[in-house]
Design a protein around this ligand. Structure first.
Ligand code: ADP
Length: 159
């Protein structure tokens, strides 16, 4: 089985993330969306909320599973018998951090490759942070997120 792990904070999951998962689903037998605890980033939604939202959004994709994780990514990847870590590249600005992460992960797990996918053009400017910022200021972000994520954002910001 060709398995890929797609790690991220998913705070919250956006159409950009889903676009990437849909592309990867055409390449891999199974995709594991790994939702990082990521306390350092001070997520707006709890780990449980982020996992629940991602599961809901991706529920129709039969080859996709969503799990939380708070250990080393390469260990999590090995535990799931995956040989590929999937990440998204939106713009050149993503490259530096992604290059650093991929190089560090390769140092610890030379047999695991990091694979980058580019989303549809209409999602290249989209990020969870921007969606939260806009939603917090009362903008309609429904074109960028699943209806349930939109509802969660409205509840979170009480708009
Ligand atoms: P992290 O904190 O690990 O960056 P994110 O949830 O912000 O977690 O992103 C997870 C991955 O998804 C990253 O590789 C990021 O580049 C990618 N990603 C986020 N938004 C998009 C998008 N709109 N299009 C494509 N990839 C995206």
């Amino acid at each position: 089985m060709n398995v890929a792990v797609y790690p991220g904070t998913f705070d919250p999951i956006t159409h950009g993330h889903s676009d990437l998962v849909e592309r990867a689903a055409k390449i891999f037998d199974k995709i594991i969306v790994a939702v990082a605890e990521n306390k350092g980033k001070k997520p707006s939604f709890s780990l449980e909320q982020r996992v629940t939202m991602a599961r809901r959004v991706l529920q129709d994709m039969t080859t996709v599973e969503v799990y939380p994780f708070d250990n080393l990514l390469v260990d999590f990847t090995r535990q799931h018998q995956a040989k590929v870590i999937l990440r998204g590249l939106r713009a050149v600005s993503d490259f530096e951090l992604e290059f650093q992460l991929a190089s560090m992960n390769r140092r610890y797990a030379p047999n695991i490759e990091t694979l980058f996918l580019i989303p549809a053009e209409k999602y290249t400017f989209l990020s969870s942070n921007l969606v939260k910022e806009m939603a917090g200021l009362g903008a309609d972000v429904s074109p960028f997120v699943h209806a349930e994520v939109n509802a969660a954002l409205l509840a979170h910001f009480k708009v």
